[in-house]
Design a protein around this ligand. Sequence first.
Ligand code: GUN
Length: 292
Amino acid sequence: MTVLDGKESSNRIKDRLASEVAEIKAAGGKIPHLAAILVGEDGASQTYVNAKVKACERCGFKSSLMRFSSDISEAEVLGEIQKLNEDPDVDGFIVQLPLPKHIDELKVTLAVDPNKDVDGFHPENVGRMSIGLDTFIPATPYGIMQLLAEYDVPTEGKNCVVMGRSNIVGTPMSILMSRNTKPGNSTVTMVHSRTQNVKEICREADILIVALGKAEMVDSSYVKDGAVIVDVGITRLPDQSKKSGFRLAGDVLYSDVAEKCSFITPVPGGVGPMTIVGLMMNTLKASKRHSA
Ligand code: GUN
């Protein structure tokens, strides 16, 4: 069994991005600039956004974090998005999700200029991805594709089962794995909350990508011998033995599944750091597009 070490791979890729930015800088070019809007005090969202800001520093990017209290109105958020759309120094930006209930996430997604949409959530970019055009690929699926590439995981002709159909992970992941690319070229099945015989379908998977948000739900009874397991889940479970008061759990019961697999991502240190790399790669791409 090989651990798909997202931390190590992400560090390697960030080094490559940093040297590219150093070259751009030396040639007098513009430094990539990522902005992030964070609304409210959600602990996990704060952690993710802080990690994104730190990754910008590591890659030599400029970053701007804009924080707002959870009672900001929808109109005000849309106004902030408009300002970022119009700011020539900002190459790309994200609005960290989830947002408070009174703010419509679809309206927010539609308000982002597709050319600055480094999350790849705008329907224009989703559509471009689905027909294989140059675009911003959503960061988590993009990071997973990079991780599979880093380890040269065989995907062509394999049965790939994606658990979960979210717009952010499950749906784009299933599209990317089915396309004529390397990695990719898999035969993809997506399972979701209404699927019958989920376990039987998963047991046929050569590659199982789990994005359910249900801590430790997938045990070895879902897994074929020699399967590749990609665990996208990251849930905070209460744990009084930890200083933080919680531990991080994936959607996969790692201790039960690991020995059955050919490759597996750990949680933390698997998909999470690769997601951030996906965002950094999109930001550099946005910056190059704007400089071209
Ligand atoms: N919340 C969870 N994942 C993501 C992501 O990739 N981008 C944004 N903006 N919010 C998220």
